[in-house]
Design a binder for this molecule. Sequence first.
Ligand code: SDX
Length: 392
Amino acid sequence: TGGVVTLDPGYKNTGACESAITFLDGEKGVLRYRGYSIEELAEKAHFLEVCYLLIFGELPTTPQLNKFHADIKAQSHVDEDVKKILDGFPKSAHPMGVLSSLTSALVAFNPSSVNVDSEEDMYKAIVKILGKFPVLTAWTYRKRMGLPLDYGGDSLGYVDNFIKMMFKKPSADYATNDIILEALDKLLILHADHEQNCSTSTVRIVGSSHAGLFISISAGIAALWGPLHGGANQAVIEMLEAIKEDGGDTKKFMAKAKDKNDPFRLMGFGHRVYKNFDPRAKIIKKAADAVLDDLGIDDEILDIAKALEKEALEDPYFVERKLYPNVDFYSGIIYRALGIPVEMFTPMFALGRLPGWIAQWREMRLNKEPIGRPRQIYVGKTHREFVPVEKR
Ligand code: SDX
């Protein structure tokens, strides 16, 4: 087959690329975007600033940020015919499947964004997807709820505009709820990039064939949907609800999670890279307490989550496997408190991860990375002759 091939299932020990975007130290639980710590960014930055930082490598000046936002707003309209595609889905369709479909449909309505080679054309495609994706996400939710599909308002910020598109009731005026705005801004920052995770690797490998940005993002959405990846934030809440329905006996579910014959896993726990606390989980756990306090919500499943975490951190099975809460363990509790339905949790993850996918796709293209094409160890049949059907 030419050359030695080292088998590495799940690419656990394979560096797929050189990247200057995000730094992870799994042992120490360190996460930095372009050298800035996630703790500082979550505390002091806004999501659109972090989008700019991830994609272009520097925190923007005020004029740069204003131009970036204006360029995005100018591209935020979605062709009215896209609503006909949305109409074709049953209300019960999972939003991740709808979003992946609508994102790839954008290609048909934006043919100039298909083959982009110059930085200038990449920028045009980037502001288009940053402008249209929040609209597609909000419309997917509104369609499911039987609410009108429209836009936010010109004066609003990027995240505020998304919240308005999602939640504005037809009759009532929109008033920004600062608690919801601040919580979502922080959550989107915490989800914005995470080096070569499954969905980002998908975006990079699809883009490495020089497929366009939109279709590469659509592939990333598909990969993120899996319950082992971004889909875990929905699975965590469903698990906590099941434990609550079952009487709140966390010990019973801990036993199931350790039983090799039981497919049940403690969703929101464990991580390929973090063998320590996921720094995002620490921040989100604190934010969950604050948001529920601020909104005056007493959610029993937060107590169940904390009980599970405490038990797992003291359980030898989890300790020896270095299984800690990950980004998905507490995020759903905040989404729930903000009135976002569980089927929309992973789309929220996608909205946060969009700038990371874009930044990684752009880096891969500017670095002129070769097309991704791993090898294999062949373990199938050796050569054999064809047997006519009458002799089989
Ligand atoms: C994300 O890669 C990223 O950066 C992803 C992400 C991002 O920002 O992009 O951080 C987002 O996807 C977070 C992860 C969300 N997924 C979940 O919460 C699902 C539950 N977690 C697991 O399925 C698992 O921990 C993974 C998928 C996250 C990691 O899987 P690995 O690295 O392939 O590890 P593994 O499945 O081989 O597990 C190692 C051992 C096994 O036991 P042994 O065979 O050694 O006896 O730990 C056990 C596993 O059975 N284990 C768990 C467990 N996770 C691992 N046992 C019970 N519950 C769990 N959650």
